[in-house]
Design a protein around this ligand. Structure first.
Ligand code: PMP
Length: 370
């Protein structure tokens, strides 16, 4: 049998919160070295990128938080870490325990990777409509993946209800052995964004941020960043960029949870108000179509080199709308939540885009001739 090269070095989660401080540590033998102790410490601290074309177009400084640079490739690494640290602290997640979650993919990838580095096993339930790339990434991350048919939230077969029931069954068989992350309604998600993402944005802009805009899946990012920025600067505008097919923009603008249309974006939009989204301080909301958002992300890739996913396109469209609403001279921050490569077969597939009525740029047709 092959021996693990890391034998004896495995970190045991015996001291909750031991890895809480995502600060470089000094290694005693090499005082000049600045290193991170583990994966958890590598989550967050992402750069803020100036988006050149959007800024030139609007006369504002439009800045994107490069969340695709997180170790698991998305902003949801932050959510995963915030939920795990909170559960370790409260004792709900015990050493060697099993993490169970329902996710569109990215939170699961974060939970599985951070879980691996802290000694937990992960079982992830997700709808079978999500991208192949994300499902594969989850498996590679070591998660046990259970795909379930897509169902509305009120249906007990919805992936979140199935995940919760599965976790309960594990705890019935062996009390305290499993923990349900519950990212949609566990407000430790929002709190972690309030404590980290927002503080980074505030410090990186030296407090000069005038507006923040992003889409909402759980609502943790928008609510957490919105709350923290408003607490520091009451005049800051917080906006929701909602994909068509989601009910949230109508909920903010008209108080009605009704959705129109559809979108190829994944992991964003909602048909209900989650505990994380509830009471988010939102000033403005827009519904954004794929026809508006996808060309923006194609252009961002082609002319500025940033390869980002569908939610980033929706966020970029929202940033341009917020810039127009505020007028030139403002600083607007948005989120680049994950990488475009996670949706290669959709966002960069001319046949798929045509089928959905989304414009196909000439360079993409040339890159993938049919
Ligand atoms: N962007 C990406 C890439 C995501 O995966 C998600 C959540 N699945 C979001 C944005 C939405 O973030 P939140 O859940 O904090 O609302």
């Amino acid at each position: 049998m092959l021996e693990s090269p890391f034998r004896g070095l495995r970190w045991q989660a015996t001291e909750p919160g031991i890895n809480l401080l995502p600060k470089p540590i000094q290694v005693p033998d090499f005082p000049a070295m600045s290193v991170l102790p583990d994966l958890s410490a590598a989550v967050g601290h992402t750069p803020l990128l100036r988006l050149r074309q959007a800024s030139a177009l609007t006369g504002c400084e439009i800045l994107g938080k490069a969340e695709f640079l997180n170790p698991g490739g998305s902003i949801k690494d932050r959510t995963a870490l915030g939920l795990i640290l909170d559960a370790e602290k409260s004792g709900k997640l015990r050493p060697g325990g099993t993490i169970v979650e329902g996710t569109a993919g990215n939170t699961g990838i974060g939970l599985a990777l951070i879980g691996a580095s802290r000694g937990y096993r992960s079982v992830i339930f997700m709808p079978d409509t999500q991208s192949r790339e994300k499902i594969d990434a989850l498996r590679v991350a070591g998660a046990e993946v259970r795909l379930v048919p897509a169902a509305p939230f009120k249906d007990p077969r919805h992936y979140v209800h199935i995940a919760r029931a599965y976790c309960e069954s594990l705890n019935e068989a062996s009390p305290g052995s499993a923990w349900f992350g519950n990212q949609f309604d566990n407000t430790a998600n929002r709190d972690w964004h309030e404590a980290t993402t927002a503080v980074e944005i505030w410090e990186q802009t030296k407090g000069r941020v005038d507006g923040f805009v992003c889409s909402a899946g759980t609502g943790g990012t928008l609510a957490g960043v919105g709350r923290a920025l408003k607490a520091r600067k009451s005049g800051v505008k917080i906006a929701l960029s909602d994909p068509t097919g989601s009910a949230l923009a109508n909920y903010i603008n008209r108080g009605e949870l009704v959705a129109e249309g559809s979108s190829i974006s994944e992991g964003i939009g909602s048909s209900r108000v989650t505990a994380n989204f509830q009471n988010a301080p939102i000033d403005l909301a827009w519904s954004i179509s794929d026809q508006e958002s996808v060309p923006l992300l194609h252009q961002l890739l082609r002319e500025e080199g940033w390869c980002v996913g569908g939610s980033s396109g929706v966020n970029l469209a929202g940033a341009i709308r917020l810039a127009r609403a505020l007028g030139p001279g403002h600083t607007i921050v948005t989120v680049l939540g994950d990488a475009g490569t996670r949706y290669q077969a959709k966002l960069f597939n001319p046949a798929f885009l045509r089928e959905k009525g989304i414009p196909v740029p000439a360079w993409l047709d040339q890159a993938f001739p049919s």
